[in-house]
Design a protein around this ligand. Structure first.
Ligand code: ADP
Ligand code: MG
Length: 700
């Protein structure tokens, strides 16, 4: 249960004054769905940080004005010049002892201007002056105030990321109203730490964001935002370490194999394990054999051979008379895993079965019966694996492939399918060190940093999309010589429907040129249709597979040697790297053509250059982090939810480590957070919605 003191913050944002239905709609577009999935709440407005500020502190005379520099000037109203034609502006001449200036209003109502600027009165006008015909003018000053008003003028106005229908002013008002709902909260940070860093309290830091008194109050590396980022990172580390402690606490079971199944599988492999694969397996087997629970991350670039490591790990569990599960993020990938694993598993005498959303009715019931009876050793599937009625006889090992496509909750759900399940998560997106910490805490990890032998490097070339005809001609020659080609069409404005349309158009135009040789696969197709398209490509009945990014994850067709990515400038680095990894899997020479279209922004250019320069996933991940921030690296922005509200890995890497160590100390002293600081930290977990961690505390 959340502390009821926080309830006002989690109320719907429409509870705030000034948020009617229209503003609420705009606000929903601005803030997105809340992390909880619903309409934006008070806390979402409160945590919407400004990205800049307008400084209105300068009070020059008219003679001292500088064009373009925002100024607040004390003037006397001298003359009104109503427009002579409806299109012309209404002008008002104002002056001080040093000179005169014109205020310009378009489409203004005369009576309104007369009330705003009465003749002969003193007023303060604030805005950006410009020179026009040798005289200063201010077009639509942001503020026209009397003495009382100017006394209340905020010295600095925060500016926010906006959407149509909202203004900085309105967002600031809403954020300030949200701030009024913030209850008095105890301090969860260490006092000495705050003093050393020059941080104010949580409330004072939020106040500084929405009522800044200097531009430094809202600057990205200023004390207010840094403190809030640290709060968030602390909540994150606390949650991760609590989950980990919880998983470790449930005393694990020792799962020791005798190697008989693994040996038979290894003998059936057409290759020898790489050194990195052997090392990873050794670590995994040691974890399994230990009486504590395993929580290990297996990182390896695309094509580094994680699948066989997963299979051999599963073999160990089965040798011990127990079961294993392998969860993949997509249907296609789950089926592909099954296809790869089945023959090898058979060689080892290990029974594999599939469970996805598509297995229904009697077939599904039968699978579940066999699973419960222990007749299935390894169950491969999608999210369907952790539906309520899926029960194992004795699940020992849960393997999660492409883990970043799943949330913590889903990982936990799978792990809860057995007593003291050991968990192995695999990722093909190499993750920089800081991000491993923020996403997994100090999870153990193994890296497959050695590619299987015999791979020829992929040649990557950049082409302007203008040269499409040439490229299509070259593709024609390549498929004439037997090549298999992926042709990926881009994300269009985050819309799956438009995406699909783009892929369908490309499919139609290519199919006209190469009749009968082109297949299409995208996310809106039915499962069976998708399978058929992939199968035709795998078997070589089609030579070109036009696809949306559904092929990003895992699809393995070693015969494919050409990857064409259309509008490559629209993809993130990690995604480009993943896609390119679909080729270069056989001994044949492979090629990746990145087709870009102008205008090409600086970041997009750097991404494409990076792709051309290297195929080392770890180098690419670091560059990605530098260019785009952590959301892209973990693929989270694609799913819409920001990973962090205040913290940015490219900026706060040092704080991640500090938070990690701080949490270590806190939990060593107060593992169930019952002390005074512990209680405050529970509030922090709720504020940043790491509620799942709090529930574990209670359960544990
Ligand atoms: P990923 O790490 O991307 O999941 P896979 O497990 O799909 O990679 O492996 C990619 C390809 O490399 C597969 O065809 C697999 O059979 C092959 N492979 C895996 N390990 C080795 C190895 N040690 N030597 C040669 N080929 C290997
Ligand atoms: Mg894989």
């Amino acid at each position: 249960m959340r502390d009821s003191r926080l309830d006002p913050l989690f109320a719907d944002a429409t509870a705030l004054p000034g948020v009617g239905p229209k503003v609420a709609k705009a606000l929903a577009r601005l803030l997105g769905a809340s992390p909880a999935g619903g309409a934006p709440r008070v806390i979402d407005a409160l945590f919407h940080a400004p990205t800049g500020a307008i400084d209105r502190r300068a009070r020059p005379t008219i003679a001292e004005l500088v064009p373009g520099e925002i100024a607040t000037v004390e003037v006397v109203v001298e003359r009104h010049q109503p427009p002579r034609s409806p299109r012309a502006p209404y002008r008002v001449v104002v002056a001080d002892g040093t000179g005169a200036m014109t205020l310009v209003f378009f489409k203004a109502q005369g009576p309104y201007i007369e009330r705003l600027l009465p003749l002969g009165e003193t007023r303060w006008v604030s805005g950006a002056p410009e020179l026009f015909d040798g005289m200063f003018q201010m077009v639509h000053p942001a503020h026209v105030l009397d003495a009382e008003g100017v006394a209340k003028l905020p010295p600095v106005e925060p500016t926010y990321p906006l959407v149509e229908g909202l203004t900085h002013n309105l967002v600031a008002r809403i954020a300030r109203a949200a701030f009024e709902r913030l209850p008095r909260l105890p301090e969860w940070q260490d006092g000495a730490f705050l003093a050393r860093r020059g941080f104010a309290s949580f409330a004072a830091s939020l106040n500084a964001l929405h009522r800044p008194t200097t531009p430094g109050d809202v600057s990205a590396d200023g004390p207010a935002l840094t403190r809030l980022a640290y709060d968030e990172l602390l909540a994150n580390q606390l949650a991760l370490q609590l989950v980990r402690a919880h998983m470790k606490r449930g005393s694990g079971r020792a799962t020791a194999g005798d190697g008989r199944i693994a040996e038979r599988i290894t003998a059936a492999l057409p290759f020898r394990l790489t050194g990195a694969q052997a090392r990873a397996l050794e670590a995994i087997r040691a974890d399994l054999a230990a009486p504590t629970r395993m929580l290990r991350l297996l990182q390896g670039d695309v094509g580094s051979g994680k699948t066989v490591v997963a299979l051999l790990a599963a073999a160990t569990a089965v040798e011990a008379g127990r079961q294993a599960a392998l969860m993949a993020p997509t249907e296609i990938l789950a089926r592909q895993h099954l296809a790869t694993l089945e023959p090898l598993a058979a060689a080892g005498g290990l029974t594999v079965a599939l469970l996805t959303g598509r297995e229904k009715g009697r077939e599904r019931t039968r699978t579940l019966e066999r699973l419960a009876a222990g007749e299935i050793d390894l169950l491969v599937g999608t999210h369907a694996l952790f539906q309520d009625d899926v029960a194992f006889r004795d699940l020992a090992l849960a393997i999660v492939d492409e883990q970043h496509k799943f949330g913590v909750r889903q990982r936990l759900a799978l792990a809860s399918k057995g007593a003291a399940v050991d968990v192995l998560v695999m990722t093909a997106t190499p993750i920089p060190r800081t991000l491993v910490l923020t996403s997994f805490g100090d999870m153990d990890h193994s890296a497959l940093d050695e590619k299987p032998p015999g791979r020829t490097p992929i040649e990557t070339r950049l082409f302007n999309l203008d040269r499409l005809d040439e490229i299509i001609a070259a593709i024609g020659r390549a498929i004439g010589a037997g090549a298999r080609v992926y042709w990926v069409c881009p994300l269009v404005e985050q819309s799956e429907t438009l995406d699909v349309a783009a892929a369908e158009d490309r499919f139609a135009s290519l199919a006209e040129i190469f009749p009968g040789r082109v297949g299409l696969v995208h996310g809106k197709m039915k499962g069976a249709e998708k399978d058929a398209a992939v199968a035709a490509f795998v078997e070589g009945r089609t030579s070109i597979l036009v696809a949306t990014t559904v092929i990003e994850v895992g699809v393995n067709v070693p015969e494919a040697t050409v990857m064409v990515i259309e509008h490559a400038e629209r993809f993130g680095l990690a995604q480009l790297h993943q896609l390119r990894g679909r080729v270069g899997r056989g001994a044949e020479r492979s090629m990746c053509l990145l087709l870009w279209k102008e205008p090409l922004g600086e970041t997009a250019k750097q991404r494409l250059e990076t792709m051309k320069a290297t195929d080392d996933g770890f180098v690419i991940a670091e560059k990605d982090l530098e260019l785009r921030g952590e959301g892209e690296v973990l693929g989270a922005r694609q799913s819409g939810a920001p990973v962090f509200r205040f913290a940015r890995m490219e900026r706060h890497a040092e704080l991640v480590r500090v938070a990690h160590d701080d949490v270590g100390l806190v939990l060593a002293r107060d593992p169930s957070l019952t002390g005074e600081r512990g209680g405050a930290l529970r509030l922090l977990l709720h504020l940043f919605e790491r509620d799942a961690a709090v529930r574990l505390l209670r359960a544990g």
